[in-house]
Design a protein around this ligand. Sequence first.
Ligand code: HAS
Length: 580
Amino acid sequence: MQTTQNTQAIPIKGAARFIILSELILPFILLILGVLLGLYQVLARAGIIKSPDLLGINYYQGLTLHGVINAVVFTTFFAVAFGNAIMMHQLQRPLKMGVQWASWVLMVVGTLMAAWAMLTGRATVLYTFYLPMVAHWTFYVGATLLLIGSILPYFLDWIPNTLAWRRQNPNKKLPIAVLGNLVNFTLWFLIILPLATTVLFQMLPLSLGLAQEANVLLSRTLFWFFGHALVYFWLLPSYIMLYTMLPKLAGGKLYSDPAARLAFLLFLLFSIPVGLHHQYTEGGLSSGWKLWHAFLTFMVALPSFITAFTVAASLEHAGRNNGAQGLFGWMSKLPYWSKEGDKWLFAYMIAGLILFLFGGITGIVNASYNLNLIVHNTAWVVGHFHTTVGGLVTLSFLGMTLYMIAKLRGVEVKAKPLALAAPYLWMLGFVIFEIALSISGLQGVPRRSNLGISYLDSSNELLYRADWLFWSHVGALGGTIAVLGFLCFAVALVGTLFAKPVKQPEVDFPIAEAIHEEPTPLVINLRPWVTATLLLIAISYTYPVYESMTSGVLAKSSGYQSIENNLVPQSALREQTKLP
Ligand code: HAS
């Protein structure tokens, strides 16, 4: 089979250009609010802001907006925009505009509905939104429209285009980026199904008053069926960039084409049957099944270890190409600060990779059944996800957003020094934040708590914990540095957005060639992988779902009192959160 990575730029104009550009710009506008609310969170948690709300947005409402905008809306829009562009580029086929418009309208309307519900305090349910918390129906319908809109291109545009490409190129391997993107959206489709089940049959009826009760355990099991694989839906676009673009940006080649394909296929296999690792402490599920999911969670780290090796080998190759000597000399011959051409994009990926080292180590700790009992629901977990989704994922998405906007507008990236400083400030900020939150977590600092009006309020004799103060302040410092990085990025992005075009708009990516391209049947035939994936999901989830249905606790039992709390007006909520 021949190699197939397309490296030709494709001219783009009209509706296709508008759709991809707006799918990048709209979430970026929301992201500004999401990041600023993140700053409020970290300052409130450190007790630097001592208030139950900021500008009328209370702590939990802000936390919900921060999580939903940053982790759900920004990532979903980006995945679709990037998927559209990479499929066009690698298959050299136009997008199907009817499908794209339908997808765009559904995603935008859905986002606006959910944003309205959150901003008006009708959906203060955090980004995980599982029962027993209940939001206004517009939140669920909005989220559903966003998800349906995001999956349409996969079924009605990318799959038909891939099949047409296959017919024209029977002897060529699917380009790696196409494989990665299709794996990602296959995963997306499979995990939307359990989420839709709990949203449509449990949450929405409760919210509309059509049902009075729901099985909370079942809802959570279905949510985490979706919820952990969701993190790989965020991660895989970054991995596509690491495998297909980073080696070229660094000045070299991808070390191994089959290793890249194997990593994506292993994600398909292992991303889903691991959800119970979020429920180790949850009663009603037997420990044998939790242990099985713990085992599979270690397996899902395998493709990331493969990636660490393959990316490091590709970077070593690039460093030696750039003239490096000795065992580790290659590390100093990479274009960390290069402003030449598109090489500035390297900074976003390498800074993300360094953060991901922390995210990976903390993830393995989380996965360990016994260690998880120490860190669960503490600040430790917050550190973990700010170096994974907040680290590699956000940095690569931001860098690629800037890169794609420049190409789609036919302009040069503006304020390159700021664009280059941004990822390193973000990285520095979140390394500090991660260390601080990990230590805080081990001290027992809870996550999702407004510490400023509770444990870190010195006037509160009952709760005050002076020993939590130092690391919370260090965390606030880290968060503030990261927000500074974001502001640098925002200046470069806005400059690029309004710069005068100097060339034809195009879709173009710096796609690397591979050093090793040996034919490897294991990673070419997709059918066994899909079959094994469905089988493993069935084995891992049949009994836990049955157990949840038979031993789940109902939402109105005495352990859960918050359903009404989430539907009360803001003024009443504020009264309730006031401490004596
Ligand atoms: Fe996680 C909780 C386990 C990866 C996101 N995770 C979360 C939550 C989020 C999240 C958002 O087992 C919180 C959910 C909530 O709100 O409750 N996670 C893992 C494991 C991995 C992992 C085992 N997580 C991610 C990724 C995320 C993400 C990726 C987002 C994108 N996570 C857990 C568990 C929990 C959890 C438990 C529940 C905790 C609890 O109790 O609530 C693994 O996939 C990680 C594997 C990663 C590696 C790292 C490989 C390193 C690489 C970098 C190489 C660097 C180079 C640079 C080459 C093994 C690829 C070279 C440098 C030069 C200078 C040249």
